[in-house]
Design a protein around this ligand. Sequence first.
Ligand code: MN
Length: 490
Amino acid sequence: MSTAHDAPRPASADAPVAPVAPASHDTGTPPALLDFMLQGWAPRADGGWQPVKHAAAHRARRDALSRRFPGETLVVPTGHEQVRANDTHFRFRPGSDFFWLTGCHEADNVLVLEPTADGGHRSVLYAEPAHRDSAAFFTDRKKGELWVGARLGLEGSLASFGVDACRPLADLDATLAAADPRRRALRGFAPAVDATRAEANAERDTELATWLSEARLVKDVGEIEELRLSIDATKKGFDDVILTLRTAPTERWVEGIFGLRARVEGNDVGYGTIAACGSHACVLHWTRNDGALTPGELLLLDAGVEGHQLYTADITRTLPVSGRFTAPQRRIYELVWRAQQAAFAAVRPGNDFLAPNRAAMVVLAEGLHALGILQVTPEEALRDDRQLYKRWTLHNVSHMLGIDVHDCAKARQESYKFGKLEVGMVLTIEPGLYFQPDDATVAAEYRGIGIRIEDDVVVTADGHENLSAHIPTDADAVEAWIADVWAKRA
Ligand SMILES: [Mn+2]
């Protein structure tokens, strides 16, 4: 049985001594310097590693995965840093399934569940050893610890993630070559894994990806706790934006203010912030954010902090830049708000996932008809083969939320889109109305108004809990919230 080893060792034959080639703008490393750099370091204080937060939950998920696929080798990579340009990379964010199973933030790692004789599995994490005794230590810009900081190494990873063993990543190819060819792998993250058995095992691999997505549909207590933390941080980010509403010149400024909060309170934003003023709000995924903030207009802010455990909030508020809604803005806003209330009321275990959507769309269609915008009756507009109201509602009101903003995306339709709500599922409730500025079917006073209100709810035994209920939504409360933040500043 392999055990983790990461003890300091002298530069030796098994350490990769060849220096990594320098970048285009850097000069090389003469052997004398390399020798010098590999010596003379005080021993590192080993140990002191603590299990990651929720380590027991990560283990329980590995155990559940093990029970689902007895006797099979299972391979789940986290993925690699993605090139931004040449030798610079985007900030790494772990693969969601890998992180859900391990709690590990480091790039490149691969979790392998190896079947054992008793029908269970041994969980083995393939990780980069601490490289201070090799040339990579200071010549590898991507992995060298002098470049990117200390890594956990094998011992640290073993202690942190509670897996049964850790092995060097360099051993992974040999492991895959020796493993049962009918192994299952999560594809799309690591080319080295994707290069093996891709076609032969395609169906089996899809089953693994599906199981992981469906296992993540119902959140445990720790996951709900993480979502609360992310939502609370997001509330602070919205407060920050309101503070600056009167002076912020542009949408980009708003994005930056929220992004500051996301990086300070959490890992990052969970998705590209949508800061859409005026008719930009009618563009559903407006992330260009290059417009001005204009007094009298609405700012649609769809933003979420991704916490340190990667769970993300997904919140939208539509805020009057001047602090008060105009009469037409308020009319549309209150219609969207009523639709959201109707959707909330449909969130309970046993209901269809689509029930909140249907409830919201009835309210929106009736409201659009009452406003004289929808010319046919709501009943006709709501028919499956018509759906004319969608010209202005554009999207459904819910998606699952968790580590990914659009969580559980590989779940089967019968478990998700056409499935039933279950206790512990977390979903968004986000109706909207969008009147394009050039929509000739809409009265002029409404053109260019885009409104969405989005909250994050968990399904409970007796219905639901709105996890973002402390972020105001009704029109009066939004005006009071803005006035309150401004008063505190004054
Ligand atoms: Mn959303």
